[in-house]
Design a protein around this ligand. Sequence first.
Ligand code: SF4
Length: 350
Amino acid sequence: MPVLLKNQTSGQLHASLAQAGVSPHLARRLLAAAVKRGELPALGSDLTARLRDDLRALTEIPHLTPVRKVVSPQDGFTKYLFEGRGTGQFEAVRIPLLHRPDDLKYVACISSQVGCALGCAFCATGRMGFKRNLAAWEMVDQVVQMQADSPHPIRGVVFMGMGEPLLNYDAVMTAIGVLSEPCGMAIAAKAITLSTVGIIPGIRRFTAERQRARLVVSLTSADPRQRRELLPVEQGNPTPDLIQALREYHAASGQRVTLAWTMMSGVNVGEVDAQRLAELTRGLPIKLDLIDVNDPTGRFRPPSRAELEAFRDALRVTLAMPVARRYSGGQDIQADCGMLAPPDSTDQEV
Ligand code: SF4
């Protein structure tokens, strides 16, 4: 099996190719040339013509196949459909930073799995079921290809596309390594966000390894019974244990924990929901991101303006922590949160 060059950090590449004569410096050059130009590096003191011939035989630079690209006329969000090596197609979204019109850069929202096993009640990806984990290079190449297609730099990456990243832990962490290395995509680790629906063993491992990417946990309800209905992951990852894991993460990292709250009219935006959240997280510094639900089935609707204002008021009084409302763009091209699913991949209930 050839060594896939976007599939390993430079340190891993050095370990894989040291016997062939690859130095740590050359491993960094190999990674840089693979992600920036899709080729082997130029000859140099550490890369003779003979070693380059050997590396042609020993390595490969894989590429995703771009299948489709759709740009939102509404807000410029751009959705890409890719094929990798293995079952199924997957999507990624290029997000323009609309709130900073003079600061021309993008954030890449990428997928970590094809489909998802977790079946959140309001998510199109969940309705696909799980197809497979993506390899690290398949995550890296979503960003590489988006960057090649973009007039401005990609300065951040969010693992909020298809799949639960903590259920593909090793490959996701390798991809973060390649994306953040100066010789890789050079995207600062703190500008890379991993969004989880609350996989407790993954959060504990993330904490123990002192990973530097940002962590966002989709809580959405502070009532375990309601949460189990909305997010079936609750069954094996109960809310009290999840919050305990987040307290440990905060204690180890000093980071404020960002919780995401998918708002659903008449479901989780009442005063009682704000009170439960405040009780559950007492003593834990959090930041709450509010996101409107986008349910392809129409079962859940975003809150009305009055509901939203009342919920924010209740949060201000009971929670007294920073609260932000996140814009979920690309709605006209189904690129918004919870809507990623390639055509024909969901079952008929959609
Ligand atoms: Fe999976 Fe995330 Fe969708 Fe839940 S919201 S089903 S974890 S992709």
